[in-house]
Design a protein around this ligand. Structure first.
Ligand code: FPP
Length: 230
């Protein structure tokens, strides 16, 4: 990559637009999700090759259960297939895999794969891949509060609070990318994005490639981050 580029340590992506990608081609929506997996692979490789330490991907939100049942079941099977086909290679490359998940709603066949991937990659240190699968920003905050209450903690500061979030001990995103032109957070990270730079692109997720990722980083590099200072 060119000069004056600042590689963000932690990047989060809201992968949006799979359905529209498919509709534009008169294909069923699920075909867009299949194509989306290819873009996931590209984004992980790009991050790995360019020294992004932590990549967080929003794969399924706690609200996505509202979609038609066949699409939800297709997605659960796609997660299973993708983990089975791709994750050993990622783990061999030294990638630590963590799922950010509300587990009680997920099918057992997904939970098993989550547990196996996390266990097999727990000592890896080259890069962190966080997959938000059945994740909601509000859920994350509330589950943190519940853990705190259960422990009987009476007072807590911001730093300590973050230790109860599903993202602990990983660094807050420096850059959040959302594809497909929508400009909202959709209950992805809330607490974690207080000082995150936001980047929106019209590209639909299946079309988002290395060049688009590089462009997002160029734009990020030109931003002046102040963290409340001047
Ligand atoms: C958003 O597009 C995409 C999803 C809800 C699913 C994302 C999942 C993948 C890309 C597969 C990832 C797999 C792993 C293992 C991480 P949309 O359906 O909301 O598109 P639309 O807004 O155009 O309808």
């Amino acid at each position: 990559m060119e000069k004056n580029i600042i590689i963000p340590e932690s990047v989060a992506i809201i992968m949006d637009g799979n359905g529209r990608w498919a509709s534009l081609r008169n294909l069923p929506r699920i075909q867009g999700h299949r194509e989306g997996v290819k873009a996931v692979r590209k984004a992980v490789e790009f991050s790995y090759n360019n020294g992004i330490k932590t990549l967080s991907l929003f794969a399924f939100s706690t609200e996505n259960w509202r979609r038609p049942n066949d699409e939800v079941m297709f997605l659960m099977n796609l997660f299973k297939e993708t983990i089975d086909r791709e994750f050993d290679e990622l783990i061999e490359k030294g990638i630590k895999i963590k799922f950010l998940s509300r587990r009680d709603e997920l099918p057992d066949f997904v939970i098993q794969r989550i547990d196996r991937s996390e266990e097999k990659s727990k000592n890896n240190e080259k890069m962190n891949l966080l997959i938000a699968l059945n994740y909601g920003g509000r859920y994350d905050i509330v589950q943190a509060v519940n853990k705190i209450v259960e422990k009987g903690v009476e007072k807590i500061d911001e730093e300590e609070f973050s230790e109860y979030l599903l993202t602990y001990p990983f660094k807050d995103p420096d850059l959040l990318i959302r594809t497909s032109g929508e400009m909202r957070i959709s209950n992805f990270f809330l607490y974690q994005i207080s000082y995150t730079e936001l980047y929106f692109t019209e590209k639909l997720w299946p079309d988002f490639d290395e060049n688009d990722f590089e462009e997002a980083i160029k734009v990020y590099s030109r931003r002046k981050r102040k963290f409340g200072s001047i």
